[in-house]
Design a protein around this ligand. Structure first.
Ligand SMILES: C[S@@+](CC[C@H](N)C(=O)[O-])C[C@H]1O[C@@H](n2cnc3c(N)ncnc32)[C@H](O)[C@@H]1O
Length: 276
């Protein structure tokens, strides 16, 4: 479906205001390719109609459908591997040495769940291997995202064959999944029950997440935001972290110099940020 310059500007502003996602100047093709099928389903004839349907009166359900289609949900198991290794080898043993009996981990843009389930698998393996007794007793994992479609998949814990090949070893596939059909696998309930999923829009600060966190993963989402929003989000994340808690950003993301709440920690490879 064609999108005029005015419609593109209006759509961009709306998406940015609701999600923080900042579309570049020439992404008309992206918007059109992601939304045309849905617009036909909705029987709207133009982008102006779609925007009106969302705004007047405000229609949360249509907005959510649009968000589901406009977010980039690319993810994989054990992405970049170093955060999971650093977590097990350094952070959790450090917390144990500090006599912390309970640790809260938050994945703040979890997509279809590969990141929080990778954390849960890594901890489970450690507790059943050489790290037995060296980690805090209770580790809670909470995972949030703005996309209801991604959260539904994450909660179901069901993945296509292609998805389980991306970063998951055959041993882990065998240990933590059951075959659901010729073409799909589902996470075993024992692992699925270790992660709590809920909706959270990173635009809406301060974050109401209950208890303060010890570790936050906020990876590969801030790249879609403006520089100002990135600072606002990281400051709000810092407010949710206990002193001495850790933040992981994506491997290609950096801490804005304006933020003074963290000290950089070298994980070799990769970086983490420790709250002062
Ligand atoms: C590229 S995925 C990253 C997933 C995972 N953290 C990783 O690194 O593999 C980005 C995720 O951010 C989510 N997202 C985008 N805008 C968001 C917002 N304002 N609040 C919360 N999540 C958002 C998207 O729905 C998407 O699932």
């Amino acid at each position: 479906m064609m999108i005029s310059a005015d419609e593109y500007q209006a759509f961009r502003d709306l998406l940015n205001a609701k999600t923080g996602i900042l579309l570049g100047d020439n992404k008309q093709y992206l918007v059109s390719s992601r939304l045309t099928a849905y617009m036909k389903e909705l029987q709207v004839e133009s982008f102006s109609d779609l925007i009106n349907k969302i705004k007047q009166p405000f229609n949360e359900a249509i907005l959510q459908q649009v968000i589901d289609r406009m977010t980039t949900n690319e993810t994989l198991w054990f992405r970049d591997s170093f955060p999971f290794e650093y977590l097990l080898k350094h952070i959790l043993p450090e917390f144990k040495a500090q006599n912390k009996s309970r640790v809260n981990i938050w994945c703040a843009a979890c997509s279809s769940g590969q990141e929080p389930y990778s954390i849960a698998m890594a901890i489970d393996e450690a507790n059943n291997g050489v790290m037995r007794g060296k980690l805090p007793l209770q580790i809670d994992i909470m995972a949030t995202d703005i996309s209801s479609r991604m959260l539904q998949q994450a909660k179901n814990g069901e993945y296509q064959s292609l998805e389980v090949t991306r970063g998951l070893s055959p041993q882990r596939l065998q240990q933590y999944f059951e075959q659901a059909s010729d073409n799909s696998y589902v996470i075993k309930p024992s692992l699925r029950n270790k992660v709590r999923f809920s909706t959270l829009n990173l635009m809406t600060t301060p974050y109401r997440i209950g208890a303060q966190c010890d570790i936050i993963f906020c990876r590969n989402v801030l790249i879609y935001f403006s520089a100002e929003l990135k600072v606002k989000v990281i400051e709000a994340l810092a407010d949710c972290l206990k002193p001495g808690g850790y933040l992981f950003l994506g491997a290609s993301e950096s801490m804005p110099p304006a933020i003074k709440a963290f000290e950089m920690v070298r994980c070799n490879p990769g970086l983490a940020y420790r709250k002062r």
